[in-house]
Every structure is written in structure tokens, then in C-alpha cells.
Design a protein around this ligand. Structure first.
Ligand code: CA
Length: 232
């Protein structure tokens, strides 16, 4: 059984989520304000947080930013619009997933459970050991570059998995969107670009420069570790 925080100021939506998650067997704590939620996340360390963007006190983006300073708790944003997702991804706040309103509570519960499973696997995942600098563990959704954890979001993990399957092959943004989102949400090209940007940034931090290359007018390709930086 997991403890889930629902941070949402709209009473109807909040209650709906609380009811569905409780029915699914979780302990649910509801919050209306961003500032109080932040204090409680620090004090109670929930297993997952559903976080609305527009909140009284401090907004969801700021809550997420501050939580990431002390915790890796999975966070799913509840957003009002698709372009809000672009913004959240662009800000690199470290959210794990996004649900756009209006949503089906069943879908939210399914995503919560998928994310909880992944984060439990993460804690116990073995690292496989072959000669490639890139290691992908699809059970835990973890990726490693030369044994360094990349700490990817599920979407980034799926993008990297697809790109690295056939090094050198160019994937269009449409192909990448289909790989990254199993529910075929409407996602703009710009969102894919933001995810790729974040992914490259994380790879670079692990010493992998330029392994994902943009191909003008087409999409992206993965180039296998010829230019591995061995310093890290
Ligand atoms: Ca709100």
C-alpha cells in the first residue's frame, strides 16, 4: 500500500481522485494549497504526488522545483492545457508524467500504479554488464551511460530506447512521439524537441557528447559511442 498526495484546489477533481485512489487501495492525503503540500511532502515523504499546476500559495511548478531539492518522489502533473506540458517539460523540473484535464480518473489511477511499479523496480534494479557504454534496463526504466545513472523520465527513457535500437537511423518526430506516448496523446513537435533537449543534457552530464544528433527537417538519430568522453 502506498501513500499518495493529491494536490489540487478544485474540490470536485480532488475528491474524484481521492475516491478512485482510495478504492484502488492507496492511502490518500489531499491538499488544496501548494505551500502546505510542500511542507507535508517534506515531513511525510509520500510514495507519489499528483500535482496541479495552478494552486494557491505557491504554484505546482514551484512545488516541484523545491521538492526536487530534497526528494525523488514520483510526481505526476495535472495540467489544464497541452501547452502547459510544453512549458513544464521545457523547465526541466523533473516531473515523471503529465495528465491533461479533463482526464478519466481510471487513467490517472493506471498511471499512478505504473509509476509506482517503476519506482519500486528502480530501488532494486541490477545493472547489466556488457561492453556498450549505454545500458538500458526496461524493467526499472533506468538508463546508464558508462555505469552512471542518467535519471531519465519515462518519456525520455522511451525516446532513448527507440533511438538507440538502430544507431545511425534517423527517426522522425512522429515516430518518436508514438514510441514515447503509449496513449497517442496529441503532442507537438516542440514537446519532442524539449524532451530530446533534456535527454541530451543528461547524456552530456554523464560524459556522452553528441550521441543524439538532430537531422535538419527530418528528426533525430543516435550515434553510437564513438566519441565517448572517458573522463567521468
Ligand atoms: Ca488549480
Amino acid at each position: 500500500m502506498s501513500t499518495i498526495f493529491v494536490v489540487e484546489d478544485e474540490a470536485e477533481i480532488r475528491q474524484l481522485l481521492v475516491d478512485y485512489l482510495a478504492q484502488a487501495g492507496h492511502t490518500v492525503v489531499a491538499h488544496e494549497r501548494g505551500d502546505q503540500a510542500l511542507t507535508d511532502i517534506r515531513a511525510q515523504q509520500p510514495d507519489l504526488v499528483l500535482l496541479d499546476v495552478m494552486l494557491p500559495g505557491i504554484d505546482g511548478l514551484e512545488v516541484c522545483r523545491q521538492v526536487r531539492e530534497f526528494s525523488h518522489v514520483p510526481i505526476i502533473f495535472l495540467t489544464a492545457r497541452h501547452d502547459e506540458v510544453d512549458r513544464i517539460v521545457g523547465l526541466r523540473l523533473g516531473a515523471d508524467d503529465y495528465v491533461v484535464k479533463p482526464f478519466s480518473p481510471r487513467e490517472v489511477v493506471a498511471r499512478v500504479e505504473a509509476l509506482l511499479r517503476r519506482s519500486q523496480w528502480q530501488q532494486a534494479a541490477p545493472v547489466s554488464n556488457d561492453s556498450s557504454p549505454l545500458q538500458l534496463d526496461s524493467g526499472s526504466y533506468q538508463a546508464y551511460w558508462q555505469q552512471q545513472l542518467l535519471d531519465l523520465t519515462p518519456v525520455e527513457f522511451r525516446l532513448l530506447t527507440m533511438l538507440s535500437k538502430h544507431p545511425g537511423r534517423v527517426y522522425s518526430r512522429d515516430e518518436l512521439i508514438n514510441a514515447a506516448y503509449d496513449d497517442h496523446r496529441i503532442v507537438s513537435d516542440r514537446t519532442v524537441d524539449s524532451h530530446i533537449k533534456n535527454l541530451r543534457h543528461k547524456l552530456q552530464n554523464a560524459g556522452a557528447d553528441d550521441v543524439i544528433q538532430a537531422v535538419y527537417g527530418v528528426g533525430y538519430r543516435f550515434v553510437n559511442g564513438k566519441n565517448v568522453n572517458g573522463n567521468k
